[in-house]
Design a protein. Sequence first.
Length: 188
Amino acid sequence: MLWSWITIAVHNFLTSVRYSTLAKFKIKLGFIGCICYTLLIWVGVANPTAAAATLRHSDPRPDSTLDRSPMEVLTWFSMPITAGSDLRIFDADFADMANGKPEIDPDDVTLLRLPVVSLPAGRYTVKWRAEGRDGSITEGEFKFNVSPVLNYSELLPVLVGISAVLITLLGSGIGWWLLRRWIRVGRR
């Protein structure tokens, strides 16, 4: 239906203006070529099987700073992934920090899990490779930080020392004030 309407519109346009037969043929050919090109673009963009598995979100999030080590790294993808997918975590020295192999979650085939060892403070790189059911492969990486944990047992002697100095200064200041006040009272 649409094609016949387009053909009639082109025919009416060409017959309303005087063109040579060759010029009319070139115009028809160019018009048909534009329509075919547009249809190919629409089919290519709207085809969901042409999409590749891309990273939707993760836990920990990219460029985040955690106050403690995560138990595992979780990555969700835009489409179901297959066993060819991979997930790895490295520290700043490129040492593998995984505590097992990555597994696809049986309840959510877009989720890839990787257990990790207890991560000390530092910057970590997660590298992922996703293989979609259509065979498409995408790769990427993101980084996150684990902040140092304060050890209060190491901080306690410092706090006691600072407290002792403050108490001494405060005590001597109060003592000096009282002494000056006593001297003033005695002179009256």
